[in-house]
Design a binder for this molecule. Structure first.
Ligand code: HEM
Length: 224
């Protein structure tokens, strides 16, 4: 099997991930729920539901990240400074109160998404694809969303939107470059890279389905 390193003219893994998913990215960004969030017109309760669904997704991501921390492939994206679960839990406690755990349930697409993430504990390159799809997005468009959310819901002191705040990684552009370099240093042959890009596309599909579920029911992820 040939590797990207042996053929410097072929795209790197991080380039393949971006070009192979950019169409799916456009679809996720254009989704009605995303557009409502971006325009600041989403009701607060829709935002809270999104935070709750993120919690289920990131618990799965960070569980597998921990399990693969010492794996040569999975461990390449083990950056404890990216952890989002503690921030999401603080956000939910602020937004829903101390009993927030009783008030949130995963929507069907979220449940399927989290299951798929857990399944990749057995396939570290697939896990890397899921990790890339969420965290690099949070470090990119997420930073724009943070500003909109702050204004739209009056979260002026930062409570309720800590998910979007990465205060342990220094310069975001520099961190993202280092992350891409870590992806590109992985010893994955072309077939495995293509399979991982497919998995990242699947991750986008799960995200779009989650947005569609949220769109259909802004309140069903919270019990009355
Ligand atoms: C809600 C609306 C969204 C907006 C406005 C947005 C915006 C952006 C922007 C401006 C970038 C940087 C593009 C660049 O570096 O050239 C980006 C990158 C990215 N976004 Fe989004 N995004 C959104 C939703 C999403 C979603 C739902 C996901 C996946 C769950 C996602 C995943 C990513 C990833 C993985 C990257 C990094 C691509 C790369 O450099 O390899 N984004 N996004």
């Amino acid at each position: 099997m040939s590797t990207a390193q042996e053929h410097p003219e072929s795209p790197t893994f991080s380039e393949r991930l971006k070009t192979g998913t950019w169409q799916a990215h456009g679809a996720a960004e254009a989704h009605g729920f995303s557009q409502a969030l971006l325009s600041g017109s989403l009701p607060r309760e829709g935002y809270v539901d999104l935070v709750a669904q993120h919690h289920f997704v990131y618990v799965a991501l960070e569980e597998v990240a921990q399990a693969l921390a010492d794996h040569p492939v999975g461990g390449a994206v083990h950056f404890p400074e990216l952890r989002r679960v503690p921030a999401l839990e603080r956000d939910l406690a602020f937004l829903l109160g101390p009993d927030w755990r009783d008030a949130v349930v995963p929507l069907p697409a979220t449940r399927a998404y989290a299951e798929r993430i857990r399944w990749t504990a057995e396939w570290p390159a697939g896990f890397v694809a899921h990790h890339y799809t969420r965290y690099l997005g949070d470090l990119s468009g997420g930073q724009f969303i943070r500003r909109v959310v702050q204004r739209a819901y009056g979260l002026d002191d930062g409570s309720g939107l800590e998910f979007y705040v990465f205060d342990r990684i220094g310069s975001l552009p520099r961190f993202k470059n280092g992350y891409r370099a870590a992806l590109d240093a992985l010893d994955l042959d072309e077939d495995e890279q293509h399979r991982a890009v497919e998995e990242a596309r699947l991750a986008y599909r799960f995200n779009s389905e989650m947005l569609a579920d949220l769109d259909r029911s802004h309140t069903s992820s919270r019990t009355p």
